[in-house]
Write a protein that binds this ligand. Structure first.
Ligand SMILES: [Zn+2]
Ligand SMILES: [Zn+2]
Length: 331
């Protein structure tokens, strides 16, 4: 399938000044891992998120793809780090019902154990939903299961729990919830980290559209959890209304959060060396991956007056290809 070149795609490869945070994007790997890594380099991404397998299925491939070793070498050589794996979005760490509870635990353990074969230091997962059984019981189950996964997590891999927008009984929509999960995990928690998705923060009611609002979220995260555990920011703008619990991602700086707040997060001096930014923005497989990395680069420069996007760009859907079949990108 020929790649459509979106308007505004840079001709020269974009670079980041020293002291910048790592900034990348979620790319599909249907055409191969190595191809995704080369695309990341081409568009100036310095971090990369992928699925290790079909995110809408429980079935996992027997082993890593044939080009996994070359992928690992390429990313290391080109400074594309971290590589993050986004776990299957069927995983629900809060649910009680079998067989899904057991499948969720086994599925996540599989992802963390497979991560080194992809050179991935981060495995990002959604936390899940208590499905009407109450937040307290859900949080207890999450903490116990997180402990079980951590016990099986190889050295050099961190398990990353992603905040939610709070829709559909989902847990982990507040920083306090994330801290409660951390505090309740028994045993060693050295490899437990968190991801803040900006579109989810927005849906959950955190007004990060201003520098003050953006900074306040990081202040509070630091106070409750500590910024060393903020491994990822999913840098997504949102089509949803603040506090609506909605979660519809938009191109960076083109949604309701806007450029000013997202720029403040990218420029926050506390994050480089600790936190990588990964976009999960629409149309990544139609050329808008380059557009969004470019927009993030402008925001990092403190230039929130971003180029306007075409109607076609704004209508792009957040989807990716995985082994030939089109799948919905997870939140
Ligand atoms: Zn989302
Ligand atoms: Zn996300």
């Amino acid at each position: 399938m020929p790649r459509t070149v979106a308007r505004g795609e840079p001709r020269r490869r974009l670079t980041w000044p020293s002291g910048s945070p790592q900034v990348g994007i979620h790319l599909g790997v249907a055409a191969g891992l190595l191809r995704a890594a080369r695309r990341a380099r081409q568009i100036g991404a310095t971090a990369l998120q992928i699925f290790s397998d079909n995110p809408t299925a429980w079935r996992r491939r027997a082993g890593p793809p044939a080009d996994a070793a070359s992928f690992v070498k390429y990313c290391a050589g080109e400074g594309i780090t971290p590589v993050a794996i986004h776990a299957s979005y069927l995983i629900n760490l809060a649910g009680a019902a079998e067989p899904f509870a057991g499948q969720s635990l086994a599925g996540l353990i599989h992802e963390v154990q497979r991560a080194p074969a992809y050179g991935a230091s981060l495995v990002n997962t959604h936390i899940g939903s208590h499905r009407g059984e109450g937040a307290e019981a859900g949080l207890r189950r999450i903490s116990a299961r997180v402990a079980s996964v951590l016990a099986e997590t190889p050295v050099g891999v961190r398990l990353v729990l992603e905040n939610s927008s709070g829709g559909g009984d989902s847990l982990g929509s507040t920083l306090e919830d994330l801290a409660r999960i951390l505090d309740a995990v028994p045993g060693e928690t050295g490899s437990l980290a968190f991801c803040l998705d900006t579109a989810h923060l927005w849906g959950a009611g955190y007004d990060i559209s201003t520098p003050e609002g953006a900074s306040a979220v990081l202040d509070r995260f630091d106070e409750l959890i500590g910024l060393d555990r903020l491994a990822l920011v999913h840098l997504n703008d949102s089509k949803s209304v603040l506090g609506s619990r909605g979660d519809r991602h938009q191109h960076v700086g083109a949604g309701n959060i806007g450029a000013i707040g997202l720029s403040a997060l990218l420029r926050d001096a506390r994050l480089p060396g600790r936190t990588a930014f990964v976009m999960e923005t629409p149309g990544a497989d139609e050329g808008y991956d380059a557009v969004n990395v470019r927009r993030a680069r402008l925001l990092y420069d403190g230039r929130p007056d971003l180029p306007s996007l075409t109607a076609r760009a704004l209508a792009a859907r957040r989807s990716g290809t995985m082994r030939g079949s089109r799948v919905k990108r997870p939140d």
